[in-house]
Design a binder for this molecule. Structure first.
Ligand code: NDP
Ligand code: MG
Ligand code: MG
Length: 327
């Protein structure tokens, strides 16, 4: 088992006298910047001149500068712009990184796949809340926090881990628990999870189930409820108490049917292929090229998904049952 760090393992002195440049004020940026500031850390938000986020950051009481000025001033620079624009932003601010500074990420894609090559003499870290930004902020304000990961890619100062833990504490993650990983492990498990299970796997399973019922002549509305809507009830149980909590809560018939039949629809070779494409860099190369070509395939896949019958049926039914959310 891996060690789980908490507030008791973090020493605030590794961050309290430092200036942190938060590049980007989106999901993670707004949360981490405000949590740091509330923890007494000096924060400067780095945003481009014409940034749509500038007013919001200033309204939240934060100092804003253009990215290269922010980085030049900072001891710790945190890359919280979208992963696909990070290489360009890095190029623009690279000269502001001095020996002993820290370059920090919340996801390892660009470093792991060589899209960003940090200079020697700089500490390279990851502090990644395992949660969307609004929860990072909301839980912090309640005196709680979201779990997080730390990883050290380059330790020039010998104090990189202490500083990462202090940062994790300042944004609230150490209140919940911090696990140490590596850039490689974080990236490969993250990409695999979203492709095979969370995003790709689940949507394909839902659509395949829906299509099977509709093609067999059942009402699309019935197929929608059975294959998509009820998924939330199942996932909530799994989230609360694991697979066993779910099996214990459904009927014995559902349990026996699921346990005996579920495996039939899973193709293990498909999982291995996805993992291989992540590990050998094939997926990363494809996605980088796709972005350079302004995302032609991405747009096609998106349109096809948006035009699937389940979207039309679901849109109609969700509107009909909107009252259920007001409970
Ligand atoms: P967002 O998409 O929310 O970032 C938006 C911010 O980036 C805005 O302030 C925007 O400013 C700025 N931005 C966008 N394009 C540019 C550009 N070309 N140049 C300069 N600034 C730009 O990012 P996330 O918070 O989702 O992700 C940030 C990092 O955190 C990523 O590495 C991600 O993988 C990681 N992460 C994200 C999580 C999440 O919950 N979303 C969870 C864990 C990790 P402007 O108004 O100027 O466009
Ligand atoms: Mg600097
Ligand atoms: Mg992910």
């Amino acid at each position: 088992t891996v060690p789980v760090y908490d507030d008791g393992d973090a020493d605030a002195s590794y961050i309290e006298d430092k200036t942190v440049a938060i590049l980007g004020y989106g999901s993670q940026g707004h949360a981490q910047a405000q949590n740091l500031a509330d923890s007494g850390v000096d924060v400067v938000v780095g945003l481009r001149e014409d940034s749509a986020s500038r007013d919001e950051a200033e309204a939240d009481g934060l100092r804003v500068a253009v990215p290269d000025d922010a980085v030049a001033e900072a001891d710790i620079t945190v890359m919280l712009v979208p992963d696909t624009v990070q290489p360009a932003v890095f190029e623009a601010v690279e000269d502001g990184l001095e020996e002993g500074d820290t370059l920090q990420f919340a996801h390892g894609f660009n470093v792991h796949y060589g899209q960003i090559e940090p200079p020697e003499g700089v500490d390279v870290t990851m502090v990644a809340p395992k949660s969307p930004g609004h929860l990072v902020r909301r839980t912090y304000k309640r005196g709680e926090g979201t779990p997080g990961l730390i990883a050290i890619e380059q330790d020039a100062t010998g104090e990189t881990k202490e500083e990462a833990l202090a940062y994790a504490q300042a944004i609230g993650c150490a209140r919940a628990g911090v696990i140490e990983t590596t850039f490689q492990e974080e990236v490969e498990t993250d990409l695999f999870g979203e492709q095979a299970v969370l995003c790709g796997g689940v949507t394909e399973m839902v659509k395949a189930g829906f299509e099977t019922l509709v093609d067999a002549g059942y009402a699309p509305e019935m197929a929608y409820f059975e294959c998509l809507n009820e998924l939330k009830l199942i996932v909530d149980l799994m989230y609360e108490g694991g697979n066993m909590e779910m099996w214990n809560s459904v009927s014995d018939t559902a349990e026996y049917g699921g346990l005996t039949r579920g495996e039939e629809i899973i193709d293990r070779d498909g999982f291995d292929e996805i993992l291989e494409g992540v590990q050998n860099g094939e997926f990363a190369r494809e996605w980088i090229n796709e972005n350079q070509a302004h995302r032609p395939a991405y747009k096609q896949y998106r349109d096809a998904e948006a035009n699937h019958q389940i979207e039309e049926v679901g849109g109609r039914l969700r509107e009909l049952f909107a009252w259920a959310d007001e409970e």
